[in-house]
Design a protein around this ligand. Structure first.
Ligand SMILES: *Cc1c(COP(=O)(O)O)cnc(C)c1O
Length: 370
């Protein structure tokens, strides 16, 4: 059994994907070919925003978002300490300072109360200028955008949605990657909507921002390819990856439903067994990038599952403030919720092609493990 079975998905779509890829190969527009604009328009429709700008990966998408907001040295950007490294890395990469925030104990997303505290600290210290918030849709669950947008407005901060794990999620009927001033996602193969290599995208309703992002992803281009009006990146989605994504998008809603069914099956059993199960608040729909449980005796449970042929992973063992590159500024206990999560959390297999038989095997292994 695979933790995320990418092969099962490919087998399901093989004929269509192979045909699309060979069309690209025959037609020869390998960079920014027609499939890229077709995908951008379909993704914008899916999310319900005016513009989608694809790029090379989800990390570049975040960096491009910060560049478009002109964020750099002297600026503070708030982000959760419990996330994948890229959410924090890009802040340092553009020369700004990441200010870590603890997470909500139930949703594992950035905690609005702690965010308020951290904003006030930065304002009181007066050394950095508070500029933006990067909220992460962790494990597929959208962050609390109604609280976050109020906080952003009150303190005049820009709000970025890091939807790398959240694509396909919903909050009160609005689709993930439509929140904040700018949203980003990743098409890394293991993400809810993955391609067969690296890929990413940004989403915005603002015409000027979209124009600026199209320039920034192409060496800061102006009127034409060899007119450079600003410093940018070389960050484009390959045409072949766009072709793969166009086919994958056709089955994406079905896959999301299947992920939700698997999550429900896990939760009903795991809750009875005494695990702490993921909390999906009223009005939220998760894309289940990961299905995570918390266990006091995590090592024992994982070992027992692995013995029964069920692969498991830990997302995340190390918070941002505990990473070697950042830890000098922090001490144990600074972010109690995130630190406790990092010690207890582990993930079960999750993808859209889990069979009944596999689900039964996982659930019975879970029963035996506790
Ligand atoms: C995967 C991920 C990214 C980065 O995406 P890449 O395409 O791998 O660069 C950023 N943020 C979060 C939360 C992620 O999970």
């Amino acid at each position: 059994m695979q933790f995320i079975d990418l092969q099962a998905q490919y087998q399901h779509l093989k004929a269509q994907i192979d045909r699309r890829i060979s069309q690209v190969l025959n037609q020869g527009h390998y960079i920014l070919g027609p499939e890229v604009s077709e995908l951008e328009s379909q993704l914008a429709d899916y999310v319900g925003v005016k513009h989608c700008i694809t790029c090379a990966n989800g990390t570049d998408a975040l960096q491009l978002a910060l560049m478009a907001m002109d964020i750099g040295p002297g600026d503070a950007v708030f982000c959760p300490t419990f996330t994948f490294f890229a959410s924090a890395e890009v802040i340092s990469l553009v020369g700004a300072t990441p200010v870590f925030v603890d997470v909500d104990p139930h949703t594992y997303n950035i905690c609005p109360q702690d965010l308020e505290r951290k904003i006030q600290q930065i304002q009181t210290q007066g050394k950095l200028s508070a500029k933006a918030i990067i909220a992460v849709d962790l494990f597929g669950l959208p962050a609390d955008y109604s609280s976050l947008s109020q906080i952003a407005k009150r303190h005049n901060l820009r709000l970025i949605e890091d939807g790398a794990q959240g694509f396909g999620g919903k909050l009160n009927g609005k689709v993930a990657c439509s929140f904040g001033d700018l949203a980003t996602t990743s098409f890394f193969p293991a993400k809810p909507l993955g391609c067969y290599g690296d890929g990413g995208a940004l989403f915005t309703n603002n015409n000027e921002t979209a124009e600026l992002l199209r320039s920034l992803r192409l060496h800061g281009k102006g009127q034409h390819k060899y007119d450079n009006v600003r410093i940018g990146l070389n960050s484009r989605l390959d045409t072949i990856q766009a072709a793969v994504l166009l086919e994958k998008l056709t089955v994406f809603p079905t896959e999301l439903e299947r992920r939700n069914q698997a999550a429900q099956a896990y939760s009903s059993v795991a809750a009875e067994l005494g695990f702490i199960t993921p909390h999906v608040p009223e009005g939220y729909y998760s894309s289940w990038a990961q299905y995570c449980l918390q266990a006091e005796e995590r090592d024992k449970v994982m070992h027992s599952l692995n013995q029964a042929g069920v692969p498991t992973m830990i997302y995340y063992q190390t918070c941002m403030h505990q990473q070697t590159v950042y830890k000098a500024l922090y001490q144990a206990g600074d972010f109690p919720i995130a630190e406790s999560l990092a010690q207890r959390i582990f993930s079960l297999p999750m993808h859209g092609y889990l069979t009944e038989q596999q689900l039964e095997q996982i659930i019975s292994a879970l029963q035996q493990s506790s």
